[in-house]
Design a protein around this ligand. Structure first.
Ligand code: FES
Length: 283
């Protein structure tokens, strides 16, 4: 299985289709509000894995009921609920997929294809059940569950092996000192624009306005983009940094994500100024 997945990750034959689909999804989901809604930026957590709980739960429960006598109607209702609930999960999944790297998109494409096949099998099961062919309906539903299981395996690989949807900045913060570490003279920091210093091998983004300095992990939580090369939007307590790779926007004072594709906040650090020297520490 591992060898097969590793081959799929390198299958460049999928790239032409993947690139065209990516442009199409980005064109459809152009409004920022729609993208933020589907990424889960408002939730502080990717929305896709939350939404898939409904169809997965409904299909699993239907599989149990299909194995019991006298539960045909209940199983059919659950399959109908699962099939309908797949629509928002699919929409969120495609929007997340459209901002992934190429190798992640290859696995994502196969994950989506497997789930589309599974959904087709469940739709076929509903049609069969509606015309009284319960045996066929049950077989199609079990086939759908098997294919969906393969799709879920690939989704797990995408998240836990390839890091899609993870906050990649979180492990960086753990490498920073819990005790105060000196960064240097505050006066040496440029005013009103981001600058980067390396502390214990971790790049830290500093932003100074007068004697106020904010600090956050410089590697963007979405896919590791260089926030130090990002634009600053807004001013004062609302000033934000915009990631140059995919446009995730984080408030500098507290790292709260304002726009996706990042769904989680950017880790920030405590700052302290003594005798004109800036120090940072993890919260
Ligand atoms: S790396 Fe994707 S938004 Fe920053």
């Amino acid at each position: 299985m591992r060898q097969m997945i590793s081959r799929l990750e390198k299958t460049t034959a999928l790239d032409a289709v993947s690139d065209r689909l990516q442009s199409a999804v980005q064109a459809v989901a152009r409004p920022k509000r729609l993208r933020d809604l589907l990424h889960g930026t408002w939730l502080g957590h990717p929305l896709h894995p939350v939404l898939v709980q409904v169809p997965v739960g409904a299909f699993m429960s239907a599989a149990v009921l299909d194995a019991l006598p006298g539960q045909r109607k209940a199983a059919t209702t659950l399959i109908a609920v699962g099939t309908a609930a797949a629509a928002p999960a699919i929409a969120a999944g495609w929007v997340d997929w459209s901002s992934l790297s190429r190798d992640q998109r290859r696995i994502g494409l196969i994950h989506a294809t497997a789930n589309a096949v599974a959904l087709g099998l469940y739709a076929g099961s509903l049609v069969a059940r509606s015309s009284g062919r319960w045996g066929r309906g049950r077989l199609l539903a079990y086939a759908g569950l098997s294919v969906a299981g393969g799709g879920a395996y690939l989704g797990g690989h995408l998240s836990y092996e390839q890091g899609a949807g993870m906050n990649v900045a979180a492990p960086e913060k753990l490498r920073l000192p819990a005790d105060w570490a000196e960064v240097g003279e505050v006066a040496s920091l440029p005013e009103g624009r981001p600058t980067v210093r390396t502390i214990d091998g971790v790049r830290v983004l500093l932003y100074r306005v007068g004697d106020d300095v904010t600090a956050m992990v410089e590697q963007c939580g979405h896919q590791g983009g260089p926030l130090g090369e990002g634009e600053i939007e807004g001013s004062g307590a609302d000033a934000c940094v915009v990631c140059p790779w995919h446009g995730s926007t984080f408030r500098l004072t507290d790292g709260v994500v304002q726009h996706g594709p990042a769904a989680g906040d950017q880790p920030t650090l405590r700052t302290r100024i003594r005798d004109g020297v800036l120090s940072i520490a993890t919260p």
